[in-house]
Write a protein of this length. Structure first.
Length: 259
């Protein structure tokens, strides 16, 4: 009888551990899918996308990609930390507040998308081009003030002589700073914070980083051609639908379900 009593007490613990592990895995996957989908619909045709696309046409693609990805990775980690800090508040409150924010973002994106003209992205593309041109002029003025430097390097070169210095060149710094400043307070940063408050933070961090990698990699490889082909209006409307879908899902998922 003691053996039976002991054995019956062990079984639920084992099953409980398996259920907890399954719930954790589902939470990570759900957060990963949510983050990657939200980032893609937020970033395609966004200012950071255009920055990477235009800079990649003018400078070394690997340097631009490294600078942009470092900025986006750092911003994603900061956003997840901000969102995770709100978990000290009871989950039921953060869950429904984040759901309301998703609904607001979704409705706003749909309204913006429906009001946009088909060639809406061209204005932002031109704005980014002007901003990068201004930074280039500042860089050239700095070079003139600092002197011509090494004769072999030439007056207008952007590639340092030492290969190990290539990734900390002025172009790397420019790609990093422009991307970081453009991303700060952007829709994708706010949604990453909101997601981290209600989803698995590790899943959000990985999904957000992968989403940024895909968008930035596409911008660097495709350059202006992709930037001109993308319909910002269509992406914005799809983004609004995705945000509303996340808000609508709250009607069927309990705040205490773990994902």
């Amino acid at each position: 009888r003691l053996f039976q009593k002991g054995s019956s007490a062990v079984a639920p613990v084992h099953i409980g551990n398996e259920e907890s592990a399954d719930k954790t895995n589902l939470g990570f996957i759900h957060a990963f899918v949510a983050a990657i989908s939200v980032i893609i619909v937020s970033e395609l045709g966004d200012k950071t996308f255009f920055i990477a696309a235009i800079m990649a046409m003018r400078y070394n693609r690997l340097t631009v990609l490294a600078g942009a990805m470092l900025a986006l990775g750092l911003m994603t980690c900061l956003s997840v930390l901000f969102g995770y800090a709100t978990t000290v508040i009871p989950r039921v409150y953060t869950y429904y507040v984040s759901t309301a924010l998703f609904a607001i973002f979704g409705i706003r994106m749909l309204r913006e998308g429906l009001k946009m003209s088909p060639d809406e992205g061209q204005e932002e593309l031109e704005e980014v081009q002007a901003e990068i041109k201004k930074k280039d002029e500042e860089l050239q003025r700095t070079k003139l003030l600092n002197g011509p430097g090494d004769v072999e390097s030439g007056p207008g070169t952007t590639i340092p002589q030492k290969k190990w210095l290539h990734f900390i060149s002025p172009i790397f710094v420019q790609a990093f700073t422009l991307t970081f400043l453009a991303e700060w307070g952007d829709r994708s940063q706010l949604t990453t914070i909101v997601l981290a408050a209600r989803e698995d933070p590790y899943g959000v961090a990985v999904g957000g980083t992968v989403g940024h990698c895909l968008c930035t990699g596409l911008a660097v490889i495709g350059g202006r051609m992709i930037a001109q082909k993308i319909s910002v209006r269509t992406v914005t409307i799809i983004g609004g639908i995705v945000f509303l879908a996340f808000a609508f899902s709250a009607l069927f998922i309990s705040p205490d379900s773990g994902f």
